[in-house]
Design a protein around this ligand. Structure first.
Ligand SMILES: *Cc1c(COP(=O)(O)O)cnc(C)c1O
Length: 394
């Protein structure tokens, strides 16, 4: 099949036309169960009636003004997010990478504002992923994302995963902050121990560093908590959010304390579309739904069920699978067989899953999944694993 789309993705040859809840239908009418949720984006499933309604209602009134004017939907969403978190202030963008760019700029500007412009280095961790802009690929530090794109943006020091000693040694007079995903997504569904996040909070306080959490993937209910750091009991100074917050509509946000954001004054940063009325109408509805009584509790219950059933699958396919990891409904199976083979086999059984780094099969269904659909997905994954096993000659 030829296409004029720049071939930066290895795509399947099927396309979806319509979705509802945890299900998608191709343009030829085939039904798939969605355990990938558009890479942890469709947090409330496809075509959630309340999101459709919020978007339609806004679409009939006003699509876009500019950030030169007050945008009431932004103010409302910022209030909800700050009421629910450590943060005092929110900047809205359109994506995860933009959210993280704002986090990085906010941290650098803070130190400049405090009279230390030389403090712009940020410590990051092996396996990190923060986006695909020039600064965020530098922050992620992955050779496969950096290769061929010229000089790497300066200002990032990468240290081994959850290594306290290496973190301490990486701190210099020029360090501005520490940037970390409380649960690594692309890197392989790897949660940092709560103790390590607590250590980071202590060491940041000791050295006057800003602690920056990238909750683009692990935030917004994914772990069964509004934000993953709330489970660990550690608060950052700055946090990036995207993916699930728009439920499928492009929306990202950078949250910060008033002190951390002290340098971000009029003219210091901007985005034409960031937080436009359409995006905020949807974002407000997503946050309202997630904060309703019982929503996150149900996510935690479903997560326990899914985790338990995945462990059962690992036990019954020891040649294909190794172990379950992750948190909440952000789960992974470390594979023995190539994780990509499992994803391809699952397509044949009409189940969408994803891979992640470290040969992990990533499972991030919509947070509204039912127990019945968890079981259906497990049965499909069981069949896929059996196919992979027989292809291996087992
Ligand atoms: C997806 C992701 C990003 C980048 O988000 P985009 O919307 O693709 O720019 C950044 N950080 C993490 C942790 C992510 O999972």
């Amino acid at each position: 099949m030829t296409s004029a789309v720049l071939p930066t993705y290895a795509r399947t040859d099927f396309a979806f036309e319509r979705g509802e809840g945890v299900r998608l239908w191709t343009d030829t009418g085939e039904e798939y169960l969605d355990f990938g949720a558009g890479i942890a984006v469709n947090s409330l499933g496809h075509s959630h009636p309340r999101l459709v309604e919020a978007l339609k209602a806004q679409a009939e009134k006003l699509w876009h003004t500019s950030n030169l004017y007050r945008i009431p939907g932004q103010e409302e969403l910022a209030k909800k997010l700050t009421d629910a978190t450590f943060a005092d202030l929110v900047f809205f963008g359109n994506s995860g990478a933009e959210a993280m760019e704002c986090c990085i700029k906010t941290a650098r500007k803070y130190h400049s504002e405090k009279g230390n412009p030389e403090r712009y280095q940020i410590i990051t961790y092996d396996g990190a992923f923060h986006g695909r802009t020039l600064a965020t690929i530098a922050a992620g530090g992955q050779e496969k994302h950096l290769a061929g794109f010229g000089p790497v943006v300066e200002g990032f020091d990468q240290v081994p995963f959850a290594d306290e000693e290496a973190t301490k040694q990486a701190i210099t007079e020029e360090t501005a902050g520490i940037l970390i995903e409380p649960v690594q997504g692309e890197g392989g569904l790897q949660p940092f121990p709560a103790e390590f996040l607590k250590f980071l909070r202590r060491i940041c306080d000791e050295h006057g560093l800003l602690l920056i959490f990238d909750e683009v993937q692990c935030g917004m209910g994914r772990t069964g908590h509004l934000f993953a750091h709330q489970l660990a009991g550690v608060t950052p100074d700055i946090m990036g959010v995207a993916k699930a917050i728009g439920g499928g509509f492009p929306l990202g946000a950078c949250l910060a304390t008033a002190d951390a954001a002290c340098g971000m004054v009029a003219g210091s940063h901007g985005s034409t579309y960031g937080g436009n009325p359409l995006a905020c109408a949807v974002g407000n509805e997503v946050v309202d739904i997630m904060l309703e009584d019982g929503f996150l509790e149900t996510v935690r219950e479903r997560a326990r069920t899914l985790n338990q059933k995945l462990s059962g699958l690992v036990a019954s396919h020891p040649d294909v699978f190794e172990s379950v990891r992750g948190e909440g409904l952000m789960l992974g199976i470390k594979c023995k067989a190539p994780a990509g083979d499992v994803v391809n086999a699952a397509y044949k059984h009409k189940l969408l899953t994803l891979t992640a780094g470290d040969n992990v099969l990533r499972i991030v269904p919509p947070l509204v999944i039912s127990d019945e659909d968890i079981q259906l997905g497990i049965d499909k994954l069981d069949a896929a694993a059996t196919d992979v096993q027989s292809a291996l000659g087992g």
